[in-house]
Design a binder for this molecule. Structure first.
Ligand SMILES: Cc1cc2nc3c(=O)[nH]c(=O)nc-3n(C[C@H](O)[C@H](O)[C@H](O)COP(=O)(O)OP(=O)(O)OC[C@H]3O[C@@H](n4cnc5c(N)ncnc54)[C@H](O)[C@@H]3O)c2cc1C
Length: 478
């Protein structure tokens, strides 16, 4: 480790010690049915959201926690797997996982690694470095984490606990926890979608941007990319750079989305307080924002446009697909495109039942459709399917009292967006969204223990001072 990094880590320890107040432990161990101590919070997902949530809990003296991730250490999140851009898309000064501790920011880490001049010269954060920074953060704040461990199922257990069935290295075991946070990323509540005409094509012809795609195999091939968001462009660029003969990007809308609504909403008032608004305002804003979809940054577009064999088709929804020998013919209102391989960057659709870990309660998770009827001009069947979360990010029940235990399962992912605005799965919102989640978790733990706290308070008999008897006597005599 370089001396600059060692000095930064010493600074982190000093900063954390100086801001540790109040330090008193306040949670008592809870016994699980198997006789072991239950975790206070089990966090599924050790990406940036899981790390920041765990860190926030540790700072609130909720230390009996565990982070689980099915990915191997270092491969959490999309950064080193299916993220196909050289740098992050968000500006380099967006802080987040550091929870406002200056020595824990990406900038501090980058300067310790490469010097402050290098930081000044840096345009956007290389994605590999972002992944490295997240690993460093997890280590330096000493988060307990287990990799290669997948959550399979959640069920209710005795005494209000949750039983999480997990699997690692082929061994299945049950962990008990008072609360579970699902920080499981883009796919937490659904699947990557494909336009209907492509759904039945064999995987040799079609993939989603979230899949492991062999781009080398696309050399000399004709590729169609469906969708016009940043990930669609990144996949088009990766195919072009791998030597594809032609890449056609098909945008359903008449004009591609050039405005990035997430840039507009990045101010503290919106990030912190959208979730305080009534359903009508939350829906109005988030429907408008999510129906616009996310735009793409200039470098993302330039990476494609610099290739003369890149073709952008606007107003080109895929109306039909036909297999012609070993190619696919795609029909759009403006004619046909023949492709050897198709990559869909058409987003995620909610499908709770499709996620194994949700299956015990998927059909009782309340959605926005269960709770709010928008006016006619504001309807959206896609957004109706988003979960309707409580103010602590917990699931709420569609039918009350059928699965009351889901009030202890908290979702911090892209699917939290309809209820909270930018929150899970978004770096720009972490500084406000993670503290809100941590606040909700500690509030729930405190409330559930209120009888214990009352009894502890009544039993509290530690004198703060010793009053000497002779002083008392002397005062009386005066
Ligand atoms: C391609 C791409 C590029 C992006 N670029 C940017 C950007 O530049 N700027 C920005 O602000 N945002 C960006 N985002 C959005 C967001 O910042 C990322 O999605 C980020 O990874 C979200 O972090 P997360 O911790 O919520 O989820 P993730 O990083 O996805 O982490 C979730 C973790 O949960 C684990 N997991 C899931 N299910 C289970 C299970 N059942 N058991 C155990 N573990 C499980 C996964 O293995 C994963 O490691 C991007 C997103 C994508 C997809």
């Amino acid at each position: 480790m370089s001396s600059a990094l060692a000095a930064l880590e010493a600074q982190v320890r000093a900063d954390l010690a100086r801001t540790a107040h109040p330090k008193a432990a306040w949670l008592r161990p809870t016994l699980a049915p198997d006789g072991r101590a239950a975790l206070d919070v089990l966090i599924i997902g050790a990406g940036q959201s899981g790390i920041a949530t765990g860190f926030g809990l540790m700072r609130s003296q909720v230390t009996n926690i565990l982070l689980l991730d099915k990915a191997a250490a270092g491969l959490e999140g999309p950064w080193l797997t299916y993220a196909r851009m050289p740098t992050l898309r968000s500006p380099k000064d967006f802080t987040g996982p550091d929870l406002d501790i200056p020595s824990l920011t990406y900038q501090s880490w980058h300067e310790a690694r490469f010097g402050s001049e290098h930081w000044q010269q840096l345009d956007l954060i290389p994605r590999g470095l972002w992944a490295e920074y997240l690993l460093w953060l997890q280590r330096v704040v000493e988060l307990p984490a287990r990799n290669g461990c997948e959550l399979l199922e959640i069920a209710p257990a005795a005494d209000g606990l949750l039983a999480a069935v997990v699997k690692s290295a082929g061994v299945v075991e049950t962990l008990h926890a008072r609360k579970i946070v699902l920080a499981t990323g883009q796919e937490a509540m659904g699947n990557w979608t494909m336009p209907e005409p492509l759904r039945d094509l064999p995987s040799a012809f079609v993939a989603s941007v979230g899949d492991d795609i062999d781009f080398e195999a696309l050399r000399g091939k004709h590729v169609a990319v469906i969708g016009a968001g940043a990930s669609a462009f990144d996949n088009a660029a990766t195919a072009l750079e791998a030597g594809a003969a032609e890449v056609h990007l098909l945008c359903r809308r008449a004009k591609i989305q050039l405005i990035q609504p997430y840039r507009w909403l990045t101010f503290r008032g919106f990030l912190r307080h959208l979730s305080d608004l009534d359903d009508a305002w939350r829906w109005r804003f988030m429907r408008a924002i999510l129906e616009m979809r996310e735009g793409f940054p200039q470098p993302t577009y330039d990476r494609c446009a610099r290739h003369s064999n890149f073709f952008l088709h606007q107003g080109a929804p895929v109306e039909a697909a036909r297999r012609v020998s070993n190619k696919i013919e795609l029909h759009t209102p403006h004619g046909s495109i023949v492709a050897d391989f198709i990559i869909c960057g058409t987003g995620i659709d909610m499908n709770f039942a499709g996620r194994r870990e949700l299956r015990n309660f998927a059909d009782n998770i309340a959605t926005w459709a269960d709770r709010y009827q928008p006016p006619p001009g504001e309807r959206s069947a896609r957004l109706d399917r988003f979960p309707y979360l409580a103010d602590d990010y917990a699931f709420t029940e569609r039918i009350p009292e059928e699965t009351p235990w889901i009030a202890n399962i908290h979702l911090f992912a892209i699917a939290s967006t309809m209820s909270f605005g930018a929150s899970g799965s978004s770096i720009n919102a972490m500084t406000t969204a993670v503290p809100k989640l941590v606040h909700g978790l500690t509030r729930g733990l405190f409330r559930a223990d209120i009888e214990q706290h009352w009894a502890a308070f009544k039993a509290y008999d530690v004198p703060q001072a010793v009053v000497a008897r002779q002083v008392e006597t002397a005062a009386k005599a005066e």
